[in-house]
Design a protein around this ligand. Sequence first.
Ligand code: HEC
Length: 375
Amino acid sequence: MIRLLRSLPRFLLLPVLLLAGADIPAAQGPNTVQLEALKRLEGVDLESNPALKAAVLKIVNTTRGTPQFVELVRQFKLTGQNAALLEVALRHPGDASGVAAMRMILDSGDLEDVRSALEPSGTDAPACAQALGNTRLAVVNDLLSPLLADDTASDVLRRESVKALAKNEAGAVLLLQHARNGTLPDSVQLTAATALSQVSWAGLRDEAARLLPLPKAGGDEELPPIAELARRRGNASNGRIVYYRGTTACHRCHIVNGEGVGIGPDLSEIGDKLGRDALIEAIIDPNNGIAFGYEAWTVVTRDGGEIFGLVASETADELAVKDLSGIVHRLEKSKIESRVRSDFSLMPAGLQTTMTTGELVDLIEFLAGLKKSVR
Ligand code: HEC
């Protein structure tokens, strides 16, 4: 069948598209025959053939919300798809498909949907800022920079905006201007310092190191930029000692090869997941990019109790919250007054101040070596 399709004259593709789709439910996405027919249609001007356009649109709509949708919209240069593209961008703000979707929206010049997704009161705003930033286009700066000074924007949204701005050169310049003028809110200074210490524009990175120095490591040394720290090599067995020693005590919250307490993610294979720069960042600025599933909540109970921790499980009438010492509190929902997602990680910021720069490099060496292959 597929081979037959490849040799079919193009004018016969429309009936094929319609027939092949006649008996499949819409939500399933295109079948292989339809996909092959679509592939053959690449480059065809749909505008001059309304019947064909309608048939293609019908199939494209069955892929709504998926990476394939983005691919098809691009392939057929379909217009008027911003709302559906935005769905993909918000769902996959850190993936190629979401970023491609956002790029197409920006290209369309119609930013209405993006602006409403960025409304500080909306739950989609941080993901929207992230997708915008990952396009690395300077056109996003006008959308994001007003959020820095917007008191109604949450810290999470502001931090995503800072990270997004730092991803294009004009945005990084803008952040430095804010820093120079003293208009960078306190709650994002560390995020800005961290993000700008990693940019590839050396002049900007140097200026950032002057204006927004990274917090000092133990021993009062100024911490070098993350990009430079990530290039250094250390001593993994000394790093292991730093990891377990009392003042640092990473094992109070992390498990490595079965040892420790599982409040944060298991780090047994963290060397596969994160590069050295991301490992350093995870330690210096944990509030920036909280690992999925480890968001912290503050739960206040009617009896005046307050628990800061992770949601361990939830049923219709019970919420289980795991606190910082690993204790799970099972709370009846009828006794809960409020539950608010925290902008902060459960992992305390500033743990690098419990060690010297050399020890930090050793710790990174230890973590970078924690891999599946060497277990
Ligand atoms: C009080 C508990 C606590 C302590 C102490 C702690 N962490 Fe964490 N850590 C967490 C939690 C919770 C997360 C997940 C939330 C986040 O990403 O911020 C996390 C995340 C991480 C991550 C990112 C993991 C991922 O999968 O993305 C790394 C790396 C990490 N911690 C390393 C360390 C190291 C190294 C130390 C010691 C210097 C340490 N942590 C101390 C609680 C802790």
